[in-house]
Design a binder for this molecule. Structure first.
Ligand SMILES: CC(C)(COP(=O)(O)OP(=O)(O)OC[C@H]1O[C@@H](n2cnc3c(N)ncnc32)[C@H](O)[C@@H]1OP(=O)(O)O)[C@@H](O)C(=O)NCCC(=O)NCCS
Length: 127
């Protein structure tokens, strides 16, 4: 299904409203990320991301999860969600966004993340 940017919007998410597969993934995250945002196509959640804020002396923003419902993949929704996470982190003074996620590598590298093998890093202020 072809989607345009205006077809969906991003909202604060309630974990209990996530589709089962996303909820299951979200519930494995520990500690529970403070930021959960969902992309909605009308009333349907078609994607989400979760991000942890800096805590305990760490200055790291961490993308803990990004997921798009299978039938809506390859429409730019994942790219848009990660761009949103970068914007939220940057607006709060973050200097980089870490993603210890299994990939796909081409997705993260295409978004400007450095690294690989499940350890990606996006620098807000290029060195
Ligand atoms: C990874 C994921 C979030 C990408 O979401 P998406 O909405 O399909 O991604 P986009 O359409 O924004 O893709 C942007 C670009 O990333 C790359 N890309 C996306 N998925 C890819 C894949 N599976 N393999 C290789 N490259 C990929 C492509 O270059 C793509 O651009 P193109 O479609 O013009 O070729 C989605 O595939 C997903 O939910 N996967 C399952 C969960 C997962 O693995 N999450 C990552 C760790 S939590």
């Amino acid at each position: 299904m072809a989607l345009a940017l205006r077809d969906y919007e991003v909202f604060r998410g309630d974990p209990e409203a996530l589709p089962p597969a996303m909820l299951q993934c979200f519930q494995t995250l520990s500690p529970q990320p403070q930021v959960l945002r969902v992309a909605k196509l009308q009333e349907q959640i078609i994607g989400c991301y979760a991000m942890s804020m800096p805590s305990g002396g760490s200055s790291d923003y961490r993308l803990a999860m990004v997921s798009v419902v299978e039938e809506f993949r390859r429409n730019g929704v994942g790219r848009w969600l990660v761009g949103h996470a970068i914007g939220v982190a940057e607006s709060r003074g973050g200097r980089e966004l870490l993603a210890s996620l299994p990939g796909p590598e081409a997705f993260f590298r295409g978004l400007g993340f450095a690294g690989g093998s499940g350890q990606f890093r996006f620098a807000m202020i290029p060195e």
